[in-house]
Each structure stands twice: as C-alpha cells, then as structure tokens.
Ligand binder design. Structure first.
Ligand code: NAD
Ligand code: IPM
Ligand code: MN
Length: 364
C-alpha cells in the first residue's frame, strides 16, 4: 500500500508587504510571529508599486486563485505610492482581493489599550472597546457609474451605490453572530448590534438596510438591535464612545468611521483589521495606509500590524501565540516602548524587537 504523504500542520501564510511603511511594519509583525513560535510558513509576494511601475503588473494572472488554493491566510501591509497617481495598482490588489475573493466581512476593532492614548478626557480602556463590521464587497466601492462629457462644462460623473439583499443580509447576520460569539477585552459579553446608515437621505439603499436589519435582528432576540444615522454616530463616538459595542455598516461609512475610531484609540498606527469570508482564505491588514511622508525613516508604528497578525493567528486557531502578541503589545504601550506617534522615542525596528524579545523572555 502506498502511504499518504505526511500532512503539513503548518499554516501557510502569503505575505504581501506592498508599499511605503507596509514594507517596514510587516517584517516586524513576522519577527514577532516567529518569536511566539507560531507554527507557520510564510511566502513573500512582491505585489505593489515598484513592480507595477517596472513591468505594469499589479496582480499576476491567476494570482487570487493561487492565494486561495495554496494559503491559509494572507498578511498584507499597505498599498499606495505617490508615483502612481491613479492608485490603480492599489485598487487592483487590495480591492481586488476583497472583491474577487469575496471577503465580505471587514472586522475593525477599536480598543483603547491605555488611557494615555485617547485624545478624549476621562476615557479609560474599559470605556472604548467596540468593533466595526464593515461591508467589504459592494456599496460605492464597486466603482459602478461613469463620466459623460469629460472635461467640458457639461461634465457628468455618476458613482453608483450598489446594495444587494444578499450582500446586506450576510454582513448584518455576521455582525449578530460576531456579537454572540465574541467578548470584550475585559471578558464581558458583547450584547448590542448597532446598524449605521443614512436612510433619512438615501432612502433606497437605506431602506434595504433598515428592512434587512429588522428581519435579521428577530433571529437574535437575546441581543439588542440599535440604529444611528452616520452623522450622529460620528458625533456620539467622540462625545461618548462607551455606548458602542458592535457596529455594522456599509463599505464607505465603515471606511470613514474606522479612521475616526482609530483616532480615539491611539491613531492609525494602532488599528488592526481582518477581511473574512468564513471557510475561505482570508486577508489581514492594518487599517493604515502606506504613509509616504514617514516611509523609509524607521518611524512607522508597527503595533497595528502586530495586532493584525494577532487577529490572523486567532483566525487560524493559533490562540496561544495570538494572545502572546496581544499581551506583549499591551506591555509595549504601558511601558512606552513606542514610536513617536504614541509619544515614544523608539524606531519601527526597535519596537518590533522589544515586542519579540518580550515574548521570548516569556514576560507576555
Ligand atoms: P495613511 O494611513 O497612509 O496616513 C495617514 C496619517 O497617519 C499620516 O499622517 C501618517 O503618517 C499616519 N500614519 C499612518 N500609519 C501610521 C503608522 N503605522 N505609524 C505612524 N503613523 C502612521 O493615509 P493617507 O495619507 O490618506 O494615504 C497614503 C496612501 O496610502 C495613499 O496612497 C492611500 O490611498 C493609501 N492607503 C492605503 C491603505 C491600505 O492599503 N489599506 C489604507 C489607507 C490609505
Ligand atoms: C482602507 C483604505 C482603502 C479603503 C483604500 C486604500 C482603497 O482606506 O483599507 O481603509 O478605502 O478601503
Ligand atoms: Mn481607510
């Protein structure tokens, strides 16, 4: 009898650092993953502006299929380069992954690790611990529409907001399921799902979100279903972030409110995210962009990328390593082993090294 080849237990991770500070923060995340002894093997991909500018290729033919077939997860840095004014490669790679791999649930936690990181008065870590679930495959991001009579006085630009019942329903259901199955950082249960829209002005799309939210919420009588218009939500988030638990919203509003949320929890350098389709290869990326002005200066905060790696390890079932990363990041913040954006004096590499060392010393 021919024996089966040994099955590799290692999780296979595709790594796409991308552009700008993506190329600085992702190596630190990898350093820390390896310090935690996580059983993973990584493969680097050079997709990004340099390659796009040299050979015109953003995603090689069959690229997304390869990622889905050969990898358990994808760890991404950021895309965007001043030399590519159209941002075409970033759209093709980043939005390409989200859309073509149908990664419909963009999970963006906002968790304050230390009171000193919040620009608001009197807000403690227990007061700011919510999660935004952003619809990630439709809305205004499909880029449907067009331009008519370009560069004339009669020019018309149409940008269509695409909302399907299937797309709206699955992200809303995901939000309720997420709320049911996840706790806050302090171990308490999540209990409330708030849907955020602009249905007072945009009645067609907003109406669909309203109807579907009502329908799906009936399946979860144990959870509170709430609603806010997006403008009011922005005001409330700054006035009193304690009131938020799980927020579900469309693609564009999710993009905007997660930068606002990041600003309340230490800035973009701290914000992590996951792009999920249950059962499929999912993608993990910090919320920040390529930050061209600080790129190449060893100034970028790698903690958002490290927390992103922790989300990936949780997703892959490598819970012990994931917890080690999170604990070590918390220690780094508390002990001010941070980059200048958080008031520290260390560089990107030094923060990564400190976190890795903390894990190896067993302190975290
Ligand atoms: P950005 O997130 O790159 O930067 C916004 C601000 O936050 C800048 O002041 C920057 O210095 C700071 N910042 C961001 N990340 C930081 C970090 N880790 N440490 C310290 N400071 C950090 O957003 P932007 O300036 O609007 O965009 C720059 C480029 O990045 C554009 O091309 C944009 O399209 C792209 N972008 C990409 C992604 C992504 O790939 N996921 C996300 C956002 C923006
Ligand atoms: C993000 C980014 C992207 C988005 C851009 C780069 C297209 O801002 O991931 O938040 O708008 O989704
Ligand atoms: Mn954004």
């Amino acid at each position: 009898m021919v024996p089966f080849p040994p099955v590799s237990e290692k999780k296979r991770i595709a790594v796409i650092p991308g552009d700008g500070i993506g190329k600085e923060v992702i190596p630190e995340a990898l350093k820390v993953i390896s310090a935690a002894g996580a059983d993973v093997e990584t493969t680097q991909f050079d997709w990004g502006a340099d390659r796009f500018l040299s050979d015109g290729v953003s995603v090689p033919p069959g690229g997304f299929a390869l990622l889905e077939r050969d990898f358990d997860a994808i760890l991404v840095g950021a895309f965007g380069d001043p030399r590519v004014s159209s941002n075409l490669h970033a759209k093709q790679i980043l939005l390409g992954m989200r859309f073509q791999m149908d990664l419909y649930a963009n999970i963006r936690p906002a968790r304050l690790l230390d009171a000193g990181l919040c620009p608001l008065k009197g807000v403690e870590p227990k007061d700011l611990d919510f999660v935004v679930l952003r619809e990630n495959t439709e809305g205004l991001y499909t880029d449907a529409g067009g331009v008519f009579k370009q560069d004339t006085a009669d020019e018309i630009a149409v940008q269509e907001d695409i909302n399907t019942r299937k797309g709206v329903e699955r992200i809303i259901r995901y939000a309720f399921e997420y709320c049911r199955h996840h706790s806050k950082g302090d171990g308490s249960r999540r209990q409330r799902v708030l849907m955020c829209d602009k249905s007072n002005a945009m009645t067609h799309a907003g109406g669909l979100w309203q109807r579907v939210f009502r329908e799906v919420s009936r399946e979860f009588p144990q959870l509170r279903a709430e609603h806010m218009y997006v403008d009011a939500l922005c005001m409330q988030m700054v006035r009193d972030p304690r009131q938020f638990d799980v927020i579900v919203t469309n693609n564009l509003f999710g993009d905007i409110i997660t930068d606002l949320a990041a600003g309340l929890a230490g800035g973009l350098g701290m914000a992590a995210s996951a792009n999920i389709h249950p059962g499929k290869t999912s993608m993990f990326e910090p919320v920040h962009g390529s930050a061209p002005l600080i790129a190449g200066k060893n100034m970028a905060n790698p903690l958002g990328a490290i927390l992103t790696a922790a989300m990936m390890l949780h997703h892959l079932g490598l819970t012990r390593a994931a917890n080690q990363l999170e604990d070590a990041v918390l220690d780094a913040v508390r002990q001010k082993k941070t980059t200048p954006d958080l008031g520290g004096t260390l560089g990107t590499r030094e923060v990564g090294e400190w976190v890795a060392d903390r894990i190896m010393r067993g302190g975290a």
